[in-house]
Design a binder for this molecule. Structure first.
Ligand code: BGC
Length: 756
């Protein structure tokens, strides 16, 4: 077994603990005592697991990654981590210890049972040691390792973790631990899965939130962490030995002040702790689970016991790169909700939601949000990893499945359909224009091309994609749109999105010097545009379906003849007005609607939608106390209460896709796709709505860019900062009557007359 860095000599090993499809077993402690014949110069540990692991050397934790080795389809690939551990070793007796959890390998996965990828967790580790005298030693996982059951009685990402502190084995991972009670591990057969280094940062603890007790009733306490997030709680309890605590998690409270957990569906999200009974109290945080929540209920706090709760925020450790603020505090809260929605759903995979029995890498959601994600954090490595997962998941036909990693129980259709499967084209392109590195396109080109060929071969009729004659499955449509009496036709969405795919592919192919392909995609693009016009556009510029999304897609992807664009904008605005100045788009139209209005000369309407406070709108949840983005515009309304619990997440980032427009147009930091990676920064502030100022900063690959504009005494004044390594152009608002200006590194200030 060879990987890029290591010649693996280690074997996959496991314990004898096996659960069933519905029942879990304790997490095994695995260990191997070993002697070193002298001082250690250096030591490198390569380690991974099918499942999850936490490794320690002589009782000291190795690294600070959480939920390692992360989420991949373990039938195809697992990532390993590499740690320099020389300082944890010493001459004489040493012990390496590993706790193994079920994780995404053998725990409950999506709506399916346990054990879909394997019956129990397995470990692979190789420790290479160089002694001070030059001798080398290598320690591998093999039959010489031992296991025993540990204090983690059960663990599961959806169900939660149960820890009985009375079963802790003192010193088990040190030379002083018990020599008795261990059994020999099983050595598993060699596997043909890929073992690779992840390009993504690991999941780490990010910050802590202190829990405020808001309710106490008998042995029950409810705590508010003040923020919906992904992670878990650390509890500090003082309680007699054997006290059993049940810790439940929820995003919302019911009217009676108790936890609202119906929307968690099949995920119990309950941790349990049985106390050791330490006189001075004891602290516990689960190891192999996470929850999406704001509220915590602890049951079992008997009279005389105390319990403190701290939220531990977990997400992929991506540097934060973007900031935004403006004069409307509700928009600032919206930005914060977008950020927390992202943090909560970027745990090694871009997931739809972090709470219910789903938490999958839904392609559509990721595609819709990718540009916004890059406006908040450095997501390059994160998406490089996910695109790797996508290549693993692509079907032999070229089709892209619904969720990536393709865990198996969302395989009800092989093709995720328009806007979902198109993540294969849109995400690498977005990463390319945001970070400027061609490698993402080079690495993914084979996948993109095979996918394009799949659509062409299986999903088009007369260049209409999702044509109802071709297949009954037309895609998810404009998912969760709340239009009354109208839906956007699936073949319209399909054709529009595929025209966009062809356009992107033509650019990608020419960038990669594949001129033949470029010609082919260009021709396809022309055909798709023609088909769109033929089938969906009237001579007056009306677009079939008549929905906001129908107009938005036609306009955004340049599918209308020039002379009909004005009409289409007019129709779109009319539609919005008829809805009382409300948005009516779902996942597909939402990311583009404000762009389209702005480009069509209706910045006023874009701001009206952005600042709309009544349902449906971005600010409606904000006004109702949301701290993350809701899955549905009407997840909760005062009139109807909670939406259908079968699908009602309060932490779904998709509608947060508006963040890209806030960065690009409200504040005004944009990029030039022809000089990708912000090599040419476009400062394009578009003051509007109620705003009297806005500002943003973005850590670009070329350095830090920032902007601040302010409306004061009839003037708009803007100050921008261009980083050393970039060039920039300033585009004043059209009403300024000023020319665009090319500017170099440093600070620049511009002013024009404007309403103030
Ligand atoms: C997920 C989505 C996803 C959708 C597809 C849902 O269950 O939560 O966000 O895109 O299914 O229809």
């Amino acid at each position: 077994m060879k990987t890029d860095e290591t010649d693996w000599k280690a074997n996959w090993i496991c314990s004898g603990l096996v659960g069933g499809p519905g029942s879990s077993v304790p997490a095994p402690l695995m260990r191997r005592p070993f002697d070193l014949a002298g001082e250690v110069k250096s030591a490198t540990l390569h380690i991974t697991a099918l499942g999850l692991y936490q490794c320690s050397l002589n009782g000291e934790l190795v690294g600070d990654a959480v939920l390692a080795p992360g989420f991949t389809d373990t039938r195809k690939r697992v990532h390993y981590q590499r740690y320099e551990v020389g300082q944890l070793l010493k001459p004489g007796a040493n012990v390496i210890g590993v706790v193994l959890g079920d994780g995404w390998h053998c725990g409950f996965l999506a709506t399916g049972p346990r054990q879909t990828h394997g019956d129990r967790p397995e470990l692979l580790a190789q420790l290479e040691i160089e002694l001070a005298d030059g001798r080398t030693e290598i320690l591998i996982t093999d039959e010489s390792w031992q296991w025993r059951a540990g204090p983690i009685v059960s663990n599961d990402i959806f169900q939660g973790e149960s820890h009985d502190a009375r079963l802790e084995v003192a010193g088990w991972d040190t030379p002083d631990g018990p020599a008795e009670g261990w059994q020999a591990v099983e050595v598993r057969e060699e596997k043909s899965i890929a073992i690779s280094r992840s390009p993504a940062p690991p999941i780490r603890r990010q910050e802590e939130l202190s829990g405020k007790e808001i309710h106490a009733e008998g042995w029950m306490r409810i705590y508010d962490l003040s923020q919906n997030f992904s992670g878990r709680v650390r509890i500090r309890v003082k309680a007699p030995r054997g006290t059993h605590l049940k810790i439940r998690h929820a995003e919302m409270l019911q009217e009676d002040g108790k936890l609202y957990t119906e929307n968690l569906r099949g995920a119990a999200c309950m941790d349990q702790y049985t106390a050791r009974g330490d006189e001075n109290g004891e602290t516990w945080e689960p190891l192999f689970t996470f929850h999406g929540f704001r509220y915590v209920e602890v049951f079992g706090v008997k009279d005389g016991c105390t319990c403190e709760v701290t939220g531990v925020v977990l997400n992929s450790d991506m540097p934060e790169t973007g900031t935004f603020s403006c004069s409307n505090p509700l928009l600032n809260q919206l930005w914060s909700n977008i950020r927390w929605g992202m943090k909560s759903n970027f745990l090694d995979v871009p997931t739809d939601c972090p709470q219910r029995d789903e938490r999958m890498g839904w392609t559509g959601d990721a595609q819709v949000f990718a540009r916004t994600a890059a406006s908040l954090m450095d997501v390059k490595g994160f998406f490089d990893k996910w695109l790797m997962d996508m290549r693993d998941a692509q079907l032999p036909s070229g089709a892209i499945p619904n969720v990536i990693p393709n865990v198996g129980n969302f395989e009800f259709r092989d093709d995720a359909g328009p806007a979902w499967a198109d993540a294969a084209v849109i995400v690498p392109w977005t990463m390319y224009i945001c970070y400027g590195e061609k490698s993402v396109l080079e690495n993914h080109y084979g996948c993109m091309k095979a996918y394009m060929e799949y659509v062409e071969g299986h999903r088009l009729k007369d260049h209409v994609r999702s044509h109802p004659d071709v297949h009954e499955w037309g895609g998810f449509g404009d998912w969760l749109a709340v239009e009354k009496n109208a839906t956007t036709p699936k073949d319209l969405i399909g054709t529009a999105l595929h025209a966009n795919n062809a356009d992107i592919m033509a650019q990608v192919a020419s960038l990669l010097g594949r001129d033949d392909d470029a010609g082919r995609w260009k021709a396809l693009h022309k055909e798709m545009v023609a088909a769109f016009r033929r089938r969906f556009v009237t001579g007056d510029g009306l677009v079939m379906g008549g929905t906001q999304t129908a107009y938005v897609l036609a306009l955004k992807f340049g599918l209308l003849p020039e002379d009909l664009r004005r009409n289409a904008i007019h129709e779109l605005v009319k539609h919005i007005q008829k809805n009382g100045n409300h948005i009516a788009t779902g996942f597909v139209g939402t990311p583009y609607i404000l762009d389209v209005l702005e480009e069509g000369g209706r910045l006023d309407m874009a701001y009206t939608l952005l600042e709309q406070e009544s349902f449906p709108s971005w600010l409606f949840p904000v006004k109702n106390g949301a701290t993350t983005i809701w899955e549905r515009w009407d997840g909760w309304t005062p009139e109807k209460g909670f939406q259908d619990a079968g699908m009602n997440s309060f932490n779904h980032y998709a509608y947060g896709a508006v963040g890209a427009w806030m960065m690009r147009s409200v504040a005004g930091i944009d990029l030039d796709p022809s000089m990708p990676g912000f090599a040419h920064i476009l400062f394009r502030p578009r003051p509007g709505g109620s705003l009297t100022h806005a500002e943003a900063s973005l850590e670009t690959p070329h350095g830090s860019a920032s902007i601040r504009w302010e409306r004061k005494s009839g003037k708009v004044q803007t100050t921008v900062r261009v980083p050393e390594g970039a060039r920039a152009t300033f585009f004043p608002a059209p009403e300024a009557g000023m020319d665009t200006r090319d500017i170099g590194p440093g600070e620049h200030t511009f002013a024009w007359q404007g309403d103030g």
